[in-house]
Design a protein around this ligand. Sequence first.
Ligand code: SF4
Length: 242
Amino acid sequence: MGRKARLPKSSAEPVSRKLTAMQWDETPAQRRHRATKILAALRTEFPGAQTALHHQNPFQLLIATILSAQCTDERVNMVTPGLFRRYPGPEHFAAANQVELEQEIRSTGFFRMKTRNIMACSSAIVERHEGEVPRVMEELVALPGVGRKTANVVLGQAVGVAAGVVVDTHVHRLAQRLGFSSAQNPGEIEKDLMEVFPQENWIEVGRSLILHGRKTCVARNPRCPVCLVHELCPSAGLFTSR
Ligand code: SF4
């Protein structure tokens, strides 16, 4: 494997942090083999990777995931215990007082939009699915405010169904840095990752890449020298400030 001609023209040329999708010349089989080794390395650091969002059932994870948009998991975990005590199920959220719910989730940001989505989604679950979170991707993404990312989190982490790969901002970035995708669209990135990793690993892949992206391959100045997959990454050292 060797680097493609996407490197800077000269060693003196600064490398933009926006440089993405560094790729090695490799066959699809070599890429899948490299992906397996990367996942194995990440598994040693994050064994049994699970979502950090506290939940006791698929519905609670669905609500927590909606709340986690543009918000930290820690903040969501501070809000949800009281929230789930007051609203134990979709019928309770569907009948909530909108203004009160807005204030209860205000600290998670974008609280008006999240309140609308939570109430509409809960109503749809009550009306169309007898109060149960659907376990099929097509039915989940048909719920108001639920996209593939949220649906993949719920199916993978609460139901154990590998319907796809969670693509959030961390997975988006790492898929490009690791040379698994050159796409910008989350749907296209997910398809690329589903090609590279076997389905049995799809749940683990999303979670492991998210944790690696938070801890080591951070957006600015990734910690390449201490990265477990340094030798397997076409972008190693390219995003560090000079
Ligand atoms: S070597 Fe650097 S760019 Fe590659 S995955 Fe590790 S931290 Fe990220």
